[in-house]
Design a protein around this ligand. Structure first.
Ligand code: FAD
Length: 163
C-alpha cells in the first residue's frame, strides 16, 4: 500500500489569490492598492528587503505632481526650483514654476507600499519571483523567500508585471 506523505502534499498546495503584482515599486504598489480597494485579494511580491531599498534614483518629481499624489511633506528631503540631471555624455537643466521635491526612494516607496497595505493588499518582501506562467485560466507564480531558502507557488486569476 502506498503511504500518504503529508509534507509532500502540503508542499504541492499553492496559495490562491485574485491578483499577484510582481514588484513593489511605485507602479506595483499604486495598482495593487487600487485593485485591493476595489475588493479583490491582492498579493504584492518584492525581492528587496523593503520597498525602495537600494534603488538608484534621483528622487525628484515636480512639486505639483507630489501634491497630486497626496504624499506627506515629511518625506521631502529638499525643494528646489531647478534640477540638473547628469548623464554619461552631458547634463540637462530642468526648471519648473512650481519647483521640484526631492526625497529618498526608501521613504517614498515605503509610503506607497503602506498605503497599498492599508487598502487591503498583502506585501511579501525579500521574496523573488523566479517564474510566472500565464494561461487563459489564470497564472502560476513561483517564488523563493530569500532569507529562508523556501520556495513555493501562488495561483492567481491575474498577474501584474510591475518589475
Ligand atoms: C539613476 C536613475 C535616476 C532616476 N531619477 C529619477 C528622478 O529623479 N525622478 C523620477 O521621477 N524618476 C527617476 N528615475 C526613474 C524611476 O526610478 C522609475 O521611473 C521608477 O522607479 C519606475 O517605477 P516602477 O514601479 O515601474 O519600477 P521600479 O521602481 O523599478 O520597481 C520595480 C520593483 O520590482 C522589484 N522586482 C524586480 N524583479 C523582481 C522579481 N523577479 N521578483 C520580485 N520583485 C522584483 C524591484 O526590486 C523593484 O522594487 C531614475 C532612474 C534611474 C535609473
Amino acid at each position: 500500500m502506498r503511504r500518504f506523505n503529508i509534507n509532500k502534499a502540503l508542499k504541492s498546495l499553492a496559495m490562491i489569490t485574485d491578483v499577484v503584482v510582481i514588484g513593489a515599486g511605485p507602479a506595483g504598489t499604486t495598482i495593487g492598492g487600487k485593485i485591493a480597494s476595489a475588493g479583490f485579494d491582492v498579493l504584492i511580491v518584492e525581492k528587496a528587503d523593503f520597498p525602495g531599498h537600494k534603488k538608484a534614483c534621483g528622487g525628484a518629481i515636480s512639486r505639483s505632481f507630489f501634491m497630486e499624489l497626496g504624499l506627506p511633506k515629511e518625506i521631502i528631503e529638499k525643494e528646489s526650483k531647478k534640477i540638473v540631471v547628469h548623464y554619461s555624455t552631458g547634463s540637462v537643466e530642468l526648471s519648473s514654476e512650481s519647483g521640484f521635491t526631492v526625497f529618498e526612494r526608501e521613504r517614498f516607496d515605503s509610503f506607497l507600499a503602506q498605503k497599498a497595505e492599508e487598502n487591503g493588499a498583502r506585501l511579501w518582501t525579500s521574496t523573488i519571483v523566479t517564474d510566472a506562467t500565464v494561461k487563459s485560466e489564470g497564472a502560476t507564480i513561483h517564488y523563493k523567500k530569500l532569507q529562508r531558502e523556501e520556495k513555493g507557488k501562488v495561483r492567481a486569476r491575474f498577474v501584474v508585471f510591475a518589475d
